[in-house]
Design a protein. Sequence first.
Length: 186
Amino acid sequence: MKALLDFLPILLFFGAYKLQGIYVATGVLMAATVLQMAVVYAIDKKLTAMHKVTLALILVFGTLTLVLQDERFIKWKPTVLYTAMALALAVALWAFHKNFLRIMLGSQLSLPDPVWNRLTVAWIGYCLFMAALNGYVAAYYSTDAWANFKLWGYVFPIAFIIGQGLYVARHLKDEPGPDTPPGESP
């Protein structure tokens, strides 16, 4: 359910783009993202920093796109978002010696510090790659090609997340369950 909720705004954007063009699609994306965040808030009773940043960027870049009738703003929004994510992770890790991934996910995953650091570096690299890729497509391809890239480009995050899952699985500590006798492996 949550995965569908995450993909719903981009699916609605793509459908609206194909039917009505970039400006209607931008409005649909803005409305769908506001609705998405309202549902997330209703379920979780909070929005993460990432949710807030994403919502703010979509509303700001979407508004600029609509008011100025310039599609470049909405096309560059993902590049700005990915760059901001990479910078936040990098500055936190290397300047402040804080690992945002461990802070956000440490209560759910028990991993050694070097693994958390490698995961963070991998996320920094991934975000920079996606920022550069979106920037390249936005700058050198048509809006139609960019919209198609936005939909079919979801193969990149899916592949990255699967890779992260496989990497993390190797490092998870086996913890005995409540039915496992002491001294035995689960």
